[in-house]
Design a protein around this ligand. Structure first.
Ligand SMILES: NC(=O)C1=CN([C@@H]2O[C@H](COP(=O)(O)OP(=O)(O)OC[C@H]3O[C@@H](n4cnc5c(N)ncnc54)[C@H](OP(=O)(O)O)[C@@H]3O)[C@@H](O)[C@H]2O)[C@@H](O)CC1
Ligand SMILES: [K+]
Length: 529
């Protein structure tokens, strides 16, 4: 799925009307029908009580009027409050004409803000993607009044006062919705932590928008849903052997942090790697061998931290960082790895690297090393680790700009971890992930992601971008499956590891056999005599 700017969303609206030869207000009626369908499926007339629909002067307000009509027809008690304006959109006027007199309509003034008894269901249809400036005056007073009243707010398309694709000034008036029901495609604003209190839970309803326009739209914002990664994992050929799926090297662990190495290794094995070798400080040898018998282990000469880089020749991918610590000797290992991973006569492509956790912090302290990053290196920072590599971000939108710029400059894949983990590519594209849950905000989740990415980057048939996008998606899905089993509060990183197999199974090509169960026989003469 892609994400469009507010201006592109208006173009999409118009392209749909033109392409499908829609009569006036038909698209608005689709939006209203989709909203009403969503609403009525969740709240019956008695449960909803009296519903107040706040309508602005544009098509968002028109949506509100059309929704009021449908809810009235569905026996809901609806009243409408209109924000006065000098001009109204054509579709707004159409919807206003069709609203029956039985639906009470009041005009909002400074002196007469609508009465909102506590727990009233309020549909916010004041402003949508046509918001051209921050709210002030009467609309801002209304938003403040709504916040004080404590109604149960559902935003139509987007909370009023929130820009779809850009930050609004601090302290500007924005509706705080419990739910936002939007049409066609998600909006960038929904994916950023700074807007969480405005947007609440968001939902996308299909209204048949032009697929041709969407396919051709120029945007660098993408949303990774199940369809984007469907069948991304190549089938395992019948005559494959453990060498087919790559030999990965994990450089991880230090005194007190051996768990990170164990979790990353477990995730790498469950991620489908052929062979895994872990280089770990020697104090962790027994811990590691006992907990990961499927992996090979190289104890480092040092007991407490890593100090030695093995010969890289046998490996198809290297992951470094989980539980590594920041010892000077480990920094030297990282430096040597970056130097040796570059393409060479014996290795035409750079060795795929995954850099995480303390290895990122070491990079942040020695930024001159960033120039050594081989192309398509994968970095997996959380926002604070990312800022150590760049600069403090003014807000979430600025952080996305920094992220895009970083991935393009260093020609690497950056996985910025969060509720909607964002994968930035060397082409400057940003892919927001759709899976995962707050139960995964627990120690070790990131180590599990590193292990999964290591397995997928060692896979010879998976290009870098596809491997990382699939890994991020399947990591979130494994977390969702784990949460379904344990609940979010009780979820620990090891539960994610245990659900990687089922999560990846959904994306394996050989789960969907293309060969019919019985071979189709077209010529009888080929059959047994
Ligand atoms: N695209 C789709 O797929 C579909 C879209 N649909 C719906 O249409 C919505 C977009 O409609 P829209 O373009 O008419 O804009 P909308 O937000 O209603 O308001 C514009 C009006 O508000 C005014 N105004 C702006 N800012 C203001 C401010 N701060 N303070 C005061 N006034 C302000 C602005 O005035 P102006 O900027 O010209 O001064 C203009 O009069 C979209 O969100 C969705 O709900 C569906 O019906 C069908 C499918
Ligand atoms: K709205």
């Amino acid at each position: 799925m892609i994400i469009l700017s507010a201006a592109q969303t208006r173009e999409l609206d118009q392209a749909t009307i033109d392409e499908q030869h829609l009569p006036p207000a038909a698209l608005m009626e689709r939006a209203a029908t989709a909203f009403a369908h969503w609403f009525c499926g969740r709240l019956g007339p008695e449960e909803a009580g009296e519903i107040l629909v706040l309508c602005g002067p544009g098509n968002n307000g028109g949506d509100g009027l059309a929704i009021a009509l449908l809810l009235h027809q569905g026996n809901y008690a609806v009243r409408v409050a209109l924000l006065p304006a000098g001009k109204y959109s054509a579709d707004w006027l159409h919807a206003r004409r069709h609203l029956p007199a039985a639906v009470p309509v009041a005009e909002i003034t400074e002196g007469q803000l609508p009465e909102i008894p506590p727990a009233t269901v309020v549909l916010d249809a004041l402003f949508g993607t046509g918001l051209s400036r921050p709210l002030a005056g009467l609309p801002a007073a209304l938003v403040a009044h709504l916040a004080r009243a404590g109604g149960r707010v559902i935003a139509v398309d987007i909370p009023s006062g929130l820009f779809a694709d850009a930050p609004q000034p601090a302290d500007s008036a924005v509706v705080r919705a419990r739910h936002t029901v939007s049409f066609g495609l998600p909006k960038l604003a929904f994916l950023l932590p700074q807007n969480a209190d405005f947007v609440g839970e968001w939902h996308i309803e299909d209204i048949g928008l032009s697929t041709r326009f969407i396919a051709g739209a120029a945007t660098y914002w993408h949303y990774t849903d199940a369809r984007a990664v469907a069948r991304a994992l190549p089938a395992r050929p019948k005559f494959s052997h453990k060498g087919t799926f790559g030999h990965a090297l994990l450089l991880a662990g230090s005194r007190g942090k051996m768990g990170a190495a164990v979790l990353a290794a477990g995730a790498c094995l469950r991620g489908g790697v052929g062979l895994l070798t872990a280089q770990i400080p020697s104090l962790g040898y027994d811990i590691f061998q006992i907990s990961q018998p499927e992996a090979m282990c190289r104890p480092d000469p040092q007991a407490d931290y890593l100090s030695e880089l093995p010969d890289l020749q046998p490996y198809q991918a290297v992951g470094i960082g989980p539980g590594l610590g920041q010892h000077a000797a480990s920094l030297a290992v990282l430096q040597q790895l970056l130097r040796e991973a570059v393409a060479s006569q014996t290795r035409p492509e750079p060795l795929p690297l995954i850099i995480d956790a303390d290895a990122l912090n070491l990079l942040g302290q020695h930024r001159e090393l960033l120039a050594l990053l081989p192309e398509n290196t994968v970095l997996t920072p959380h926002p604070r680790e990312f800022e150590r590599l760049t600069e403090p971000a003014r807000d979430d939108y600025h952080r996305l700009e920094l992220l895009r710029d970083f991935a393009q400059t260093h020609r690497c894949l950056v996985v910025l971890k969060g509720a909607y983990t964002c994968l930035a590519t060397p082409t400057g594209d940003l892919h927001f992930n759709s899976t995962g849950n707050p139960g995964m905000a627990t120690g070790g989740s990131g180590d599990v992601l590193t292990g999964m990415l290591l397995a997928l980057r060692a896979h010879a048939q998976l290009p870098a971008f596809e491997a990382v996008r699939l890994g991020v998606y399947a990591h979130g899905l494994a977390g969702d499956l784990a949460a379904a089993a344990t609940g979010q509060a009780g979820l620990v990183a090891g539960d994610i590891v245990r659900h990687i197999g089922p999560a990846l199974r959904e994306h394996e090509q050989n789960v969907y056999p293309e060969i019919p169960f019985w071979p189709v026989r077209t010529n009888r003469s080929h059959g047994p005599k």
